[in-house]
Ligand binder design. Structure first.
Ligand SMILES: Nc1ncnc2c1ncn2[C@@H]1O[C@H](COP(=O)(O)OP(=O)(O)OP(=O)(O)O)[C@@H](O)[C@H]1O
Ligand SMILES: [Mg+2]
Length: 349
């Protein structure tokens, strides 16, 4: 990746929840990179740390959650800034202006007691030196841009006066009102019907082109990922286990977990009635992270005495990065046990 293209670098990020019963290692050493203007899709089973990872970027993790270590470097036009351990003032500058976030449930980010317009106006005025009238004009423009009918009137509506789809659009309008270089979208369309979902994705893509913004998209839907993502990261128990171009990861996943996950997730164009293969076993309880490779108890390729001992790190395998000992050279390669390049019997049966 050329240095000038890099937008965000996450290195060895750890976020833990200190509970009465123990410590939950929700994010347990995440490494990720994003380029300017690209879309990165993040997939993984429920509870694998996607949301906590995304929220950690802007310090939006509530106690007892705590960022324990690592680096999150944001490359702004005037130079890189480090977000882990950053002062509140810097984070306030970065939020909305450089990085904006939208969530599955718009009510989580919209205030109930303020109109949509006043919330957008406040966000704009916090970051840009514009008067109230100008900020209001921007709010109306943005509402129009996201496809809200009669924006001159809706600007004075309260969130509860809008439908779910309209609220989601309003939240996107607010997120984009300061033209951020990165939009983090955590399952932004999951709560919506299929038609509205498609419209919102299309809208995001148009705005992305127009604003040159990058999108980190957390999704459970491989169809969505295939449609919009340039790169893709598969997470398991707080770590990235495979990362590469979306095309490569989707068509030829290498990590046994990525292979099983992709078989278990719905794909675009796949007959609805087709049963999806379940991943063997279940995600272990959050306090009990297995030793070695945390996927080994569920992995058909696990090698005793190795996968339950050594923690794999992300290594380059065929143009993408995979954290699996089956592909790692030390202490002794176990190539014979490596899963197929094309494990995929998805189209059959
Ligand atoms: N407020 C919290 N207190 C304690 N543990 C939490 C809290 N929030 C998240 N966790 C734990 O952190 C881990 C990661 O959760 P996270 O919400 O990031 O998963 P996710 O990948 O986003 O799942 P989903 O696909 O369901 O949204 C889980 O084990 C979860 O139980
Ligand atoms: Mg989540």
């Amino acid at each position: 990746m050329a240095a000038g293209d890099v937008l965000l670098e996450i290195e060895d990020l750890h976020t833990h929840f200190h509970m009465d019963d123990g410590v939950v290692h929700a994010v347990d050493g995440v490494d990720l990179r994003m380029r300017k203007g690209e879309t990165l899709a993040i997939v993984g089973e429920s509870g694998c740390g996607k949301s906590v990872m995304a929220r950690s970027i802007l310090h939006l993790v509530d106690p007892p959650g705590r960022i324990e270590g690592g680096k999150v470097t944001l490359h702004r036009p005037d130079g890189p800034v480090e977000l882990v351990g950053a002062h509140k003032r810097l984070l306030r500058q970065v939020r909305w202006k450089d990085i904006a976030m939208v969530f599955q449930e718009p009510m989580a980010s919209l205030s109930l007691v303020h109109t949509i317009g006043s919330q957008i106006i406040e966000a704009v005025r916090l970051h840009e030196n514009v008067g109230k009238a100008e900020a209001r004009k921007r709010a109306i423009e943005m509402l129009d841009r996201v496809g809200i009918p009669m924006p001159q009137r809706r600007v004075d509506a309260y969130p509860f006066e809008l439908s779910g789809g309209m609220r989601q659009r309003a939240m996107i309008a607010m997120a984009l009102s300061c033209r951020p270089s990165l939009l983090i979208a955590d399952e932004p369309t999951t709560a919506l019907d299929v038609t509205t979902q498609a419209q919102i994705l299309e809208l995001l893509r148009d705005l992305q082109d127009e604003l040159g913004m990058a999108i980190m998209l957390i999704t459970h839907d491989l169809g969505v990922a295939a449609q919009v993502a340039d790169t893709m990261a598969v997470m398991y128990l707080g770590r990235v286990v495979e990362y590469g171009s979306a095309e490569q990861v989707l068509s030829q996943p290498r990590h046994p977990y990525a292979q099983a996950l992709l078989r278990s997730m719905p794909r675009l164009g796949q007959a609805r009635q087709r049963r999806l293969a379940a991943i063997r076993g279940s995600v272990p309880p959050p306090y009990a992270r297995p030793e070695g490779c945390s996927f080994h108890p569920r992995c058909d390729h696990a090698v005793e005495g190795r996968c339950d001992v050594v923690t794999p790190r992300l290594t380059e395998v065929g143009g993408r990065e995979v954290a699996c000992l089956l592909y790692q050279d030390e202490p002794e390669p176990q190539r014979g046990g490596a899963p197929d390049d094309t494990p995929d019997d998805r189209e059959e049966s």
